[in-house]
Design a protein around this ligand. Sequence first.
Ligand code: PEP
Length: 252
Amino acid sequence: MRKNIVAGNWKMNNDLKATRKLVKQIRKSIKGEDLNNTRVIVAPTFVNLATAVKRSKKSKLEVAAQNMHQATNGAYTGEISADMLKSIGVKTVILGHSERRAYFGETDALLAEKVNAALANKLEVIFCFGEELADRKAGNEEAVVEGQIKNALFHLDANAYKNIVLAYEPVWAIGTGETASPEQAQDMHAFIRKTLSAKYGNDVADSVSILYGGSVKPANAKEIFSKADVDGGLIGGASLKAEDFHAIITAF
Ligand code: PEP
């Protein structure tokens, strides 16, 4: 059975002190909780990953990185490799976030390389993709999403999907307060599963967790997560407050 996942993408927020505090609060908030098949992940900035890993040990909280470089090592000033993440106990990496695509020029081809590097190092990948507002207005959202998935992931064999989580994040809903309706999310998630099934068969399609991301809040999480093909959320703004994040985790 595929897992539900609630993952908090902290982006460029929280210094060391704030990281310690928020990790502690989240740990505490889920300690006695029956998480009902739900994994809970937070993704702090690179400099605070080691602290977050240390401080979430022996708890139900997992830690992910927000990005990584595709090369093993070498002259890539300012970059971080999969191996480095692994060496501090990180097991999951977010790749393809729309902010990485928009502000740092990450293309599907580059992301395919990053996915390969992550999987080769036995890191789990939370792979993000989603259409822009203009795509949706033009009725092209399915074609765009299909292209992003095919270009970055369809070179993989079926076995690789044991370590892939998909995160559908319509760009127009990220950090805007505008959320896809539960029906829009369900329609797209069902389409994504159909696309996976056409390439890899039903077993793979049914086993991959597909998260929704885009202005998920305590007030709308329950309805979005109630949809059959929505297996959780990638949460930005609302993951920065322990109380809101906890309310979203327990929305399942
Ligand atoms: C995100 O950055 O992945 C995200 C979904 O952000 P927000 O929840 O703030 O829209």
